[in-house]
Design a protein around this ligand. Structure first.
Ligand SMILES: Nc1ncnc2c1ncn2[C@@H]1O[C@H](COP(=O)(O)OP(=O)(O)O)[C@@H](O)[C@H]1O
Ligand SMILES: [Mg+2]
Length: 257
């Protein structure tokens, strides 16, 4: 359903800081896959998500969504089909708006109606029902501004917002990394619940190897702009944290860092 074909990306081309990240990078995701992406800092995980979402352009190559070339499509247009949750809880929700207003904006994604469109009883009940699955009591706090919520609550809300209108593809960029371990686990479980319930094809970058082992259907490890491991099915089920750590160590010995 998603295909990255021969993606090339060089930063600061022609300067002393030139950095060639992707050389003919390819990745194919099948419908319904929940892919955990791991890899050292600077391996290109965020850049890959940026190229998919359109917040950054590749130098060349194709991005196909359900067979349609979207590389030339503006990020805001792609956002109608691609949901995204970032590491920073402040990026997924608007702090000065209430939970209710935030959800209304997410609900009206891609539509040209204003906020008032969402302001009716049935919508409010629907938002409450979505918030209830979080088990955080947010359904009774619709008039609370998002900025006053804890980091975990904001990420949970951001997740609900990114999936309120079911996206074809969900991109998660270390969305639990800024949370304390307990909140991170709660948001990870919620992610799994929403992704499974709505059967959303998802690409989840995570720093947490346990999540990459316990959640999802496929694991990809990136290093230096390339995919060094791609595992699914039974082979993946037999892999534990130690196996991934071993590969990380081998890579760092090979590259001397
Ligand atoms: N806007 C940018 N300008 C210059 N270099 C960048 C930029 N974005 C990313 N890079 C470089 O590309 C590499 C990959 O970055 P990134 O995709 O953020 O890695 P990751 O998310 O895996 O940690 C890094 O070496 C980083 O310095
Ligand atoms: Mg990153």
């Amino acid at each position: 359903m998603l295909e990255l074909l021969n993606i090339n990306k060089t930063f600061n081309a022609g300067t002393v800081d030139e950095k060639r990240l992707f050389s003919d990078f390819c990745l194919k995701l099948n419908e319904g896959e929940f892919v955990a992406v791991i890899g050292s800092n600077g391996s290109g995980k965020t850049t890959m998500l940026n190229i998919i979402s359109g917040s950054m352009a590749a130098d060349s190559g194709s991005v196909l969504l359900d067979g349609t070339e979207i590389s030339g499509m503006k990020a805001f247009k792609r956002a109608m089909r691609i949901g995204r949750v970032f590491q920073d809880p402040a990026l997924g929700t608007c702090p000065s708006m209430t939970i209710w207003e935030n959800m209304s904006i997410a609900d009206n994604k891609g539509k040209s109606f204003g906020l008032s469109f969402g302001l009716n009883r049935a919508r409010k009940d629907f938002y409450r029902s979505r918030l209830e699955i979080l088990g955080m009591g947010l359904e009774d706090r619709l008039d609370t501004t998002a900025g006053t919520l804890s980091g975990g609550q904001r990420q949970a809300l951001a997740l609900i917002m990114a999936t309120l209108v079911r996206p074809d593809l969900l991109l998660l960029d270390e969305h639990t990394a800024a949370l304390d371990p307990k909140a991170a686990d709660i948001v990870m479980q919620l992610t799994d619940k929403i992704v499974s319930e709505k059967k959303i094809t998802s690409l989840m970058v995570t720093h947490n190897l346990r999540y990459a082992v316990e959640y999802g259907t496929r694991t990809i490890m990136m290093h230096d702009g390339g995919i060094v491991l791609d595992s699914a099915g039974e082979e993946r089920a037999n892999k534990g944290i130690d196996d991934y750590l071993k590969i990380f160590n081998e890579i760092s010995i090979e590259t001397g860092n």
